[in-house]
Design a protein around this ligand. Structure first.
Ligand SMILES: Cc1ncc(COP(=O)(O)O)c(C=O)c1O
Length: 394
């Protein structure tokens, strides 16, 4: 008997997702930096972007991109270890190290590739990775790629994480891995406690500050600064330029031993063409703007607080109590879709977030505030959400 055609199987798999309210579409939104986007022909207030500081539309960033492309061309032509390491990469890596108060840093094409590189490289056969249950997909995939043993601890439970670390190898690397800010919930990892546990167990702590860089800490350095911690050799700091910094690309910062290991062995760095000069120039300009325009971070947090206040006044529960990620849980995927549709009908764009991005039964609308917003936008978004939630019976 012949086997079933592969395309038929794929079609059935997508149909199975659609049957449980998990249809996914790539929706074109026109330019997505700034306050507004056009979605399915309707001009909407954008409440779904991770451009937290509103830098993606900043003239300094587009000028940096244009100048770099005009003077250095559009491609780097090879991987970092061949002829792809450009002056702009070196300059940027020095700036990242200064920014993060770290001895060394490395620039990757994306945040996803950064996490793949860090976790799958630092922990190899005979090693142990202990990973928070709600870590971002890039960290989960990195664990899958690594040849190390992987153990998952319940979200934020440091005592459990330490117990797992204590069972690790005597002569192998132990990695404790956590998002700094959890992308779908917006909550912060207990970084000081994680660091103490890592120290007691001779482990390295990997903190992915993708959603914290530029946003958290008095000067936007991320979760360590927020908690009053100094960068130290036991912490590997990961971050991305694609969110608050308005560009694209990721970075690792930390001890020279860590960065050297990545340069020797990180396959996502070594076997991919280096980012083009314009990408590095934009990243550098983004870092500089975090310091040059601190008002953006203050404005962002003030607007985030205002949105939470308005939702609380209307009796709506938000899953996290500070910061620009404002998740409104609906539970069922279908309810999140209806709420997203109700928002769109009212001129606000914040689509449903459903499994597998979040656990089963934890679908939601994830509103995000950016420094490009104004107070009136927050009032509009809050009112639209309250009305749409009532309509959806939430
Ligand atoms: C926590 C976290 N880490 C890493 C990434 C990947 O970053 P990038 O989009 O730059 O690849 C994301 C988001 O996409 C994220 O939310």
């Amino acid at each position: 008997m012949g086997s079933r055609p592969a395309l038929e199987i794929l079609k059935d798999r997508v149909a199975a997702k659609q049957a449980v309210g998990l249809t996914r579409r790539l929706v074109s939104v026109g330019p997505s930096c700034g306050r507004f986007v056009t979605v399915r022909g309707r001009r909407c207030l954008l409440m779904a972007s991770n451009d937290y500081l509103g830098l993606a539309g900043h003239p300094r960033l587009s000028q940096a991109a244009q100048e770099a492309a005009a003077s250095c061309g559009t491609g780097s032509g090879a991987s970092r270890l061949i002829s792809g390491t450009l002056e702009s990469h070196v300059e940027l890596e020095q700036a990242i190290a200064r920014f993060k108060h770290a001895p060394a840093a490395l620039f990757f094409p994306t945040g996803y590739m950064t996490n793949l590189g860090i976790v799958s490289t630092l922990a190899d056969e005979g090693d142990l990775i202990v990973s928070d249950q709600l870590n971002h997909a890039s960290l989960i995939d990195a664990c899958r790629l690594s040849h190390a043993q992987v153990k998952v601890f319940p979200h934020g439970e440091v005592a459990k994480a330490e117990e797992l670390l204590a069972q690790g190898p005597k002569d192998g690397v132990k990695l404790l891995v956590s998002d700094g800010v959890f992308s779908m919930d917006g909550d912060l990892a207990p970084v000081p406690e994680l660091l103490e546990a890592a120290r007691r167990q001779n482990a390295l702590l990997v903190i992915d500050d993708a959603h914290a860089t530029g946003v958290w800490g008095a000067t936007g350095r991320g979760t360590l600064e927020h908690f009053g911690l100094e960068p130290c050799p036991e912490v590997v700091m990961a971050g991305t330029f694609s969110k608050a910094l308005g560009g694209l690309g990721g970075f690792a910062a930390g001890a020279p031993e860590v960065i050297d290991t990545l340069v020797h062995c990180a396959r996502s760095l070594l076997y991919s063409t280096a980012p083009p000069p314009a990408q590095a120039a934009v990243a550098l300009a983004g870092l500089e703007l975090v310091d040059a325009e601190p008002w953006r971070r203050k404005h962002l947090h003030a607007l985030s607080d205002l949105l939470r206040k308005r939702l609380a006044e209307a009796g709506l529960q938000v899953a996290c109590d500070a910061g620009p990620i404002v998740p409104v849980l609906t539970g069922r995927a279908q309810a999140a879709l209806e709420l997203g549709e109700g928002l769109w009908e009212r001129g606000v764009f914040a689509p449903a977030v459903r499994p597998p991005t979040v656990p089963e039964g934890a679908s939601r609308i994830r509103l995000t505030v950016t420094a490009a917003h104004q107070e009136e936008d927050i009032e509009t978004a809050a009112q639209a959400l309250v009305e749409a939630a009532r309509e959806a019976g939430l």
